[in-house]
Design a binder for this molecule. Structure first.
Ligand code: HEM
Length: 209
């Protein structure tokens, strides 16, 4: 009982803080991982292969933000926090990091060597998965604005279902990247599948949340 009261005590301040954080502020906050990466690069803290580290960090951040985007609806349904208004920011910032991740691969890793790019596409299935995921995310990013919501009407919701195959394929891209099974990639894919499964359940608010 005491525990529940303690939780209730922290709900109000969290709600108040969230009310003060406008979605536009989040764009700045979500640029911090990029800033941290730039500072690490300048200070020589990215190890012996900085390009690889940048590529991986950007991929990680992009996928994590995409997963957060999926998590906002169930969290809003289960708690008294309204996080839906942050969905667009998380989605767009995820796309921003994934695009930088792709550009790092294309410009720094491959250095626009098209023969190597073709070899990667034919010999490394995880690259194909990454490309498919990115392609699915493009129409979502382009239509994440009020004008498109108005213009596309019912079709908008259907179009935005693409986020589910996109995130699953992104998770598979991560899983298939290494020759051996990586715990982090398996964990990420399980979280993705759990969040998608939640869509099929009618979620009720948890009383003390
Ligand atoms: C054209 C699309 C893409 C290309 C060419 C690409 C390429 C790559 C490459 C080369 C790596 C590093 C592999 C290594 O170090 O051996 C990587 C890792 C990764 N990518 Fe992508 N990627 C693409 C799209 C995506 C997308 C759409 C997502 C997320 C939805 C994503 C998430 C990740 C993650 C999480 C990692 C692993 C980072 C880590 O090791 O911690 N990538 N990708």
């Amino acid at each position: 009982m005491a525990n529940i009261n303690k939780n209730i005590d922290i709900i109000k301040p969290i709600s108040l803080i969230l009310k003060k954080i406008k979605p536009s502020y989040l764009y700045i906050i979500l640029l911090l991982p990029l800033l941290a990466l730039i500072i690490e690069l300048m200070s020589g803290g990215l190890g012996v292969d900085p390009m690889r580290k940048i590529e991986r960090e950007l991929g990680d951040t992009g996928l994590n933000l995409l997963i957060f985007t999926l998590a906002l609806t169930p969290i809003t349904k289960l708690t008294s926090f309204n996080l839906i208004r942050y969905k667009r920011v998380f989605g767009l910032m995820s796309f921003f990091y994934i695009t930088l991740h792709f550009l790092t691969w294309l410009l720094l890793d491959m250095q626009l060597r098209w023969d190597e790019i073709i070899i990667s596409l034919t010999k490394k299935p995880f690259i194909v998965f990454g490309m498919v995921s990115l392609v699915l995310l493009v129409p979502l990013a382009i239509t994440s604005n009020n004008y498109s919501i108005r213009k596309l009407n019912n079709y908008w919701k259907r179009l935005h279902f693409l986020v589910y195959p996109a995130v699953i394929i992104g998770g598979l891209h991560y899983l298939l990247m290494a020759k051996t099974i990586q715990f982090d990639a398996v964990k990420t894919l399980i979280i993705i599948l759990l969040l998608i499964t939640l869509k099929f359940f009618k979620l009720k608010k948890i009383k003390w949340l």
